[in-house]
Ligand binder design. Structure first.
Ligand SMILES: Cc1cc2nc3c(=O)[nH]c(=O)nc-3n(C[C@H](O)[C@H](O)[C@H](O)COP(=O)(O)O)c2cc1C
Length: 357
């Protein structure tokens, strides 16, 4: 696990980003980058069996809305890639699947597109291939922090225009930046930057982690500055610490951080309780790997779910068709759980009874 091909220098993140993006995708696709001992926590719940569902399977409807747009299933393809040659193919195939199934899709961090117009197509291909579903732009917290000045906000807004995006996701990834060999673990001014963006951005802001989770306390601070869509991106799926540890020239110095994070179920349950005071849209992600996880997350209080690596693995294995097949399986399983819990709609599923296992 010791790599010596690259010096360990913080603050070199503008250097060679396209190859780093490719390395991330390759590691996520080929290596075991899951949590070691931690799970998403959803195994602690099951639907209370409803022997009287008073419902026909044919009348179950998995459709809902997201960003005020109709979608067929409360599931989004999370932001993963863009910014290097092969990302264009991956994004096109993911977008084709999102369009066919009728679900939202987010692109990967658009940081490179800000400085290199030759990379724009690797992102805009998503809008071209998914013209009628919600398409979401993506930028890192480090890029929009208030200490970076007004130009930074302008850059982020240009990315929204470029993609004709229906929302802008800001990913907050302190753990990843801490471990990433070229990372910039400087997060002072991020919350203020998000506050500025909420005011300046013509489309809604979504704030997400990348697999270590958003606690109820952090969610509350986001709500306090006006954020109204939060994606917990909790622990139990892809470990970004793990991916960066695999890239680290001195892995022993960061190995103990592999499993840092709050399990997704814990994030969702805790954040959902904040809705009593402030209505907002909650997205459950981080280790969502099947339709049962989708259904349980909704019943725990999420409005929508999202997943990243399962769709990357599918697209690498069998392109658009494999992603569509996976989505169809998840949808079937969501439908089964809706029937078994007597929930004709996604709104009803949000109030279905769960029991602790
Ligand atoms: C290859 C890969 C690249 C990713 N790149 C980004 C990114 O650029 N921006 C972002 O917000 N999240 C990124 N993520 C994080 C995912 O959006 C997601 O939050 C995380 O992987 C947890 O979900 P999962 O367990 O379903 O993979 C990436 C994930 C993967 C697997």
């Amino acid at each position: 696990m010791h790599h010596s091909r690259r010096p360990y220098i913080h603050g070199m993140s503008a250097h060679n980003i396209p190859s780093r993006k490719q390395e991330h995708v390759n590691l996520a696709a080929q290596q075991n980058v899951g949590f070691v001992a931690k799970t998403n926590g959803l195994e602690r719940y099951e639907f209370e069996y409803n022997a009287l569902p008073e419902l026909d399977l044919a009348d179950v409807n998995t459709a809902t809305t997201f960003l005020d747009m109709p979608i067929e299933l409360p599931l989004m393809i999370s932001g993963m890639t863009g910014g290097y040659a092969d990302a264009e193919r991956i994004n096109a195939q993911l977008a084709d699947a999102a369009q066919v199934v009728g679900i939202p899709i987010c692109v990967g961090s658009m940081r490179q597109a800000i400085t290199d117009a030759s990379l724009h197509a690797t992102y805009t291909v998503v809008r071209e291939h998914a013209p009628s579903v919600p398409v979401i732009a993506n930028i890192g917290a480090a890029q929009i922090k208030r200490t970076n000045g007004r130009q930074a906000l302008g850059d982020a807004l240009r990315m929204v225009d470029l993609l004709q995006a229906d929302a802008l996701t800001v990913h907050i990834n302190a753990l990843q930046e801490l471990i990433q060999p070229e990372g910039e673990p400087s997060f002072a001014g991020v919350l203020n930057g998000i506050a500025d963006l909420v005011v300046a951005c013509p489309v809604p802001i979504i704030v997400k982690e990348v697999g270590a989770g958003i606690s109820p306390a952090v969610a509350q601070r986001l709500l306090d500055v006006g954020v109204r869509i939060i994606d917990v991106a909790g622990a139990g799926g892809t470990s970004w610490a793990g991916i960066e540890i695999l890239r680290h020239p001195d892995a022993t110095s960061v190995q103990h951080l592999w499993d840092v994070g709050i399990p997704t179920a814990e994030c969702v349950q805790g954040c959902a309780s904040l809705m009593q005071h402030t209505p907002f849209t909650l997205i459950a992600s981080g280790g969502i790997t099947n339709g049962t996880h989708v259904a349980l997350s909704i019943a725990l209080g999420a409005h929508c779910t999202a997943a990243a690596r399962p769709f990357l693995l599918a697209v690498m294995e069998g392109g658009t068709e494999a992603v569509i097949a996976l989505l169809n399986t998840w949808e079937l399983h969501v439908r089964q759980w809706m029937f078994l819990s007597g929930s004709p709609t996604i709104d009803a599923l949000r109030t279905a009874h769960l029991r602790k296992t």
